[in-house]
Write a protein that binds this ligand. Structure first.
Ligand SMILES: NC(=O)C1=CN([C@@H]2O[C@H](COP(=O)(O)OP(=O)(O)OC[C@H]3O[C@@H](n4cnc5c(N)ncnc54)[C@H](O)[C@@H]3O)[C@@H](O)[C@H]2O)[C@@H](O)CC1
Ligand SMILES: Nc1ncnc2c1ncn2[C@@H]1O[C@H](COP(=O)(O)OP(=O)(O)O)[C@@H](O)[C@H]1O
Ligand SMILES: [K+]
Length: 514
């Protein structure tokens, strides 16, 4: 699913209005009906008070139109106009008139107004600012946000939480009204997925307001969301007459005294995603544990007992996963550097190998094209330098990826994969995965997928998606706290099977949206 900029959404609006020969008011009405259906389906006429806070632009217009539908269906509503500007939009005014015709008189809130009392069990609809926000809200509007949050009532945001920009990070937390749920028109927004801005809505959902499908299809975006639909087109089924040689030979290079588990996790994950063969290259001290824990994997040992000192290969791997549990002993750093200078095939670089590259940037030029780098935020900072905010981080990552022709997998709650000027935002995974070793599992998975012939970018997308999906399936049995990296490996099989599960449609939802 593509993530459009505000500018692109406005263009889609304009295009739709012309092509479908409708007015902007009719489009607003569609939006309001979708909002109403969503609420009506869940509230079923309940008389819980709904406080609708409306700005003076089109987001406010949506709120006023929603208020009218709620009133028509007997809901208990109170409408407020947050009067932050004199420049009211045409469709806002049209809908204000319609309310007045029904004898609904909104309360006008201005600087110095007394804030309305709201009970915790009541509902706030936030239609104050939408995607048209172009500067921080005035101080008094921020104070109103603070008041609304302090009531602890459920906040339902229309299109986007008010005060949140679509393409930058707000300077102060109090300038945004935090939402429990956001109903985003037609497409989700990139800000729902970034650490600094995602926190402003607990959940989100898209409401289809019928913007022109062809326009949306043909418009190119810088970012997209990665879900099942994006993964399935490049999934490679297994051939009947294939054999283990068809599916590549992965090599995991890593481990040091006390960190041999990382290699086990990566090697086992690599096997679980379907790598035909897996070999590990480790210091001697890991030989017995590795052979015992993973009989399917082959082992080559370094001359050193406790760390890797030189990487001499007697095999020709299809893909290499480099760095897990490797440590930063001097001999190891040299071994990695020498290895990278000679090695020309696909590679996934993680953990200590990433840190070494960050310290010796000259090594970047030896990386093969489309090397996959899997930094968590701290490792990323060492690689690309510090950033002002999440948007700056993404821009810097794009420049880095383009300059060094590498795929950057920026790990986090929503892992974002950057390749050149495009970003792919993952939708799977959960906080149970914030536990040691899950990153090693991901490295093994991406390596094993590349070995099977996936392009490095595809392997990163599929690997990240399946890794999170596996975590989501597994957490159902373990709960967040008990989830271990090993469980994520065991979930890889179910995550693959899940790719082909057809979702059951919720018929009530469909009825509600008609
Ligand atoms: N395709 C869509 O997504 C549709 C969007 N609609 C709604 O239209 C909204 C966008 O409406 P608008 O463009 O009118 O913008 P907003 O309603 O977001 O903002 C209102 C106006 O306030 C001004 N403004 C911005 N920041 C301000 C600040 N800090 N202090 C004072 N004034 C400020 C701006 O000039 C803007 O026009 C969307 O978020 C959505 O709710 C729907 O009505 C119909 C279809
Ligand atoms: N809150 C979270 N929600 C979803 N996924 C998470 C969360 N926290 C961590 N993860 C995932 O877990 C993995 C952690 O990797 P990493 O930080 O390298 O850990 P380690 O080095 O211990 O293996 C990443 O793939 C990351 O996306
Ligand atoms: K809003």
């Amino acid at each position: 699913m593509k993530l459009f900029t505000a500018e692109q959404v406005y263009a889609a609006d304009k295009f739709t209005i012309e092509k479908q020969n409708i007015t902007s008011d009719e489009l607003m009405e569609r939006a309001a009906i979708q909002l109403f259906n969503w609420l009506h389906l869940r509230m079923q006429g309940a008389q819980v008070k709904i406080h609708l806070f409306c700005g003076i632009g089109n987001n406010g217009g949506d709120g006023l139109a929603l208020a009218r539908h709620l009133q028509d269906h007997g809901y208990n509503i109170e409408v407020y106009v947050v009067n932050y500007s004199k420049k009211r939009s045409k469709d806002f005014l049209t809908n204000l008139e319609r309310l007045k015709e029904r004898k609904i008189w909104p309360n006008f809130l201005e600087e110095g107004s007394e804030w309305p009392p709201i009970k915790e069990e009541e509902i706030i609809v936030d239609a104050i600012f939408g995607i048209g926000l172009n500067r921080a809200p005035d101080e008094w509007v921020g104070n109103l946000f603070e008041h609304l949050e302090s009531t602890k009532a459920f906040v339902l945001a229309v299109d986007i939480p008010s005060g949140l920009f679509t393409e930058s990070v707000p300077k102060r937390e109090k300038d945004v009204l935090k939402a429990n749920y956001t109903l985003s028109f037609q497409v989700p927004k990139l800000v729902f997925f970034l650490p600094q801005t995602g926190k402003y809505t607990v959940q989100w959902e898209v409401l289809d307001i019928g913007l022109d499908k062809q326009f949306l299809f043909e418009t190119d975006t810088d970012y997209s969301l990665i879900g099942k639909n994006e993964i399935l087109p490049f999934y490679r089924p297994r051939e009947k007459y294939s054999h283990k040689g068809t599916y590549g030979h992965s090599l995991i290079i890593g481990g040091s005294y006390g960190k041999m588990g990382a290699v086990q996790l990566a090697a086992r994950s690599c096997l679980r995603v379907g790598s035909g063969l897996v070999t590990v290259y480790i210091p001697k001290c890991g030989y017995i544990p590795l052979q015992t824990a993973i009989p399917e994997a082959m082992v080559i040992t370094d001359n050193e007992d406790s760390h890797i000192s030189e990487i001499e290969l007697s095999i020709e791997p299809t893909a290499v996963g480099l760095g897990v549990g490797m440590g930063t002993k001097e001999g190891t750093s040299e071994a990695i550097a020498n290895f990278l200078k000679d090695y020309k095939r696909p590679v996934v670089v993680d953990a200590d190998a990433l840190n070494l590259i960050a310290q010796h940037k000259d090594l970047l030029k030896y990386l093969p094209g489309q090397a996959v780098l899997t930094p968590h935020p701290k490792e990323l900072e060492r690689l690309i330098g510090s950033w002002k905010d999440d948007f700056d981080k993404l821009e810097k990552a794009k420049v880095f990826s383009d300059k060094h022709d590498c795929v950057l997998v920026i790990k986090g709650a929503h892992t974002i994969i950057i390749y050149k000027n495009k970003g792919y935002v993952n939708t799977t995974g959960n906080p149970g995965m914030a536990t040691g070793g899950t990153g090693d599992v991901l490295t093994g998975m991406i390596t094993g997928l590349i070995a099977q012939g996936y392009e490095p970018l595809q392997a990163a997308l599929l690997g990240v998606y399946l890794h999170g999906r596996s975590g989501d399936i597994t957490v159902e049995n373990t709960g967040y706290q008990a989830l271990l990296a090993t469980d994520v490996i065991e979930g890889i099989g179910p995550a693959f099977l899940d790719l082909f599960k057809v979702e059951e449609k919720v018929s009530a939802e469909e009825d509600g949206n008609e």
